[in-house]
Design a protein around this ligand. Sequence first.
Ligand code: XMP
Length: 525
Amino acid sequence: MSATDIHLHRILIIDFGGQTTQLIARRVRECGVYCEIHPWDLHAETITDFAPTGVILSGGPESTIEAGSPTIAQALLDLNVPMLGICYGMQAMVNQLGGVVEAHRGESEFGYALMNVSGECSLFDGLNDSAGSEVQLDVWMSHGDRVASLPAHYTLVGTSDNAPIAAMANEEQKRFGIQFHPEVTHTKQGAEILRRFVLEVCECAGDWTPGNIIDNAVAEAKAKIGDERVLLALSGGVDSSVVAALLHRAVGSQLTCVFVDHGLLRLNEGDQVMQLFAENLGIHVIRVNAEARFMNALSGVTDPEAKRKVIGNLFIEVFEEEAKKLTGTTWLAQGTIYPDVIESAASSTGSAHLIKSHHNVGGLPEHMALKLIEPLRELFKDEVRRIGVDLGLPAKMLYRHPFPGPGLGVRILGEVRADYAQILREADDIFIQLLRKHDLYDKVSQAFAVFLPVKSVGVTGDGRRYDYVVALRAVETLDFMTARAAHLPHEFLDEVSRTICNSIPNVSRVTYDISSKPPATIEWE
Ligand code: XMP
């Protein structure tokens, strides 16, 4: 039986630089429809090659009225497929199709608004958030400029206080413009509006489901790899774990994973990875115990960036040594996911700014002359997790907080030593276990302990102590670009502090980090 063609129907999302463009893509995917994000100045051939079933134009920070502002490619306007313009996307449609956008005069509309629905529109018919006689929708707005007059053949279908033309439709051409953001949850019917656009207006089949994604990825990997051998650097993190499970399903024993234990993992993590993959899932995993090598290489290195480089380079060295032993291997698998693809495209245009070199430990040694296979390249993190569940990986592992490639190496300030790492592992484990016990683990986005190599005085029943300090860090964030310290209950922090000081002899003091990002970062180094 051949796998369903999950790319048959596809939505092209044009990015005008909006904060929530990725969110639009995730909502479309949640409807079971494949989509890709491309910049507004994409090549005409990209449009032809992509052959979209429908087009969504994102919001953006600029003003369509200003000279040189981003525009909709003519090739898109010439396509005879449904189109939905959101915020800036709507204003760009109006501007280019003969309507009028006027500059804001201090009447910007940000945040929650009520939109009165008028006339008929296949996106809104039958939807109503109001208990009264009027048909109203709760929407989330973020605009300065507004539409002053409609292009020909468009009808007005929605009005808000500060946007007399908040929604427009051309049902015949299946083109729509909405001033509000349907992708954010504050727009109550937003998901339904997007669902109607992609499933009803564009008539996409909704075949982009976890089961079909797995079948496709397995079929594709089988066809590519044939009877050759494939190598994967398994870190135990979500992405490489899902790649391991997927490729194992595709090519079984032709897959070999190399798991490098650099001695900077969390408590029992190495054993857990081996137990799950090698023992439970029957995947061939080579464990390399390289703690001593990493500790030697890190000896005397105190600068955070230098530490990252030492860890990243040594990781590749160890990995390559193992790879050389596996003769006949022609493929290298990687856990690249769709946000990595989008972000590296953005950084190649120079918009990303380096704050820390985020070594993707396990990253590709470029000169290895292996062919690259990246089965998760089209998937968002939440999709990776969902297929991970279907592939039989434990949810507890798939929904774990992120853990940086250099591991505890960036959580031990200054020089990394094996004894510091052991103290930190124990403190971190106490913190995480107690978060789980009090049902707080899933309420924070990331939590961990940090080892401070300074000593402070303490006192216990049998006298004076002079021991190390552990800092606790727990943050709430959506995108890890900005974050705030989680407001954990004092009683809870008190319990964590007491447990750590009572059970780890080398720690006399525990602090809680209350900094947000910015100005701090999430990790301490
Ligand atoms: P920062 O500290 O930059 O962290 O606010 C943001 C997110 O990135 C993770 N992080 C890393 N991940 N290699 C990684 O794979 C790294 O070197 C690295 N540094 C930070 C961090 O844990 C947080 O989730």
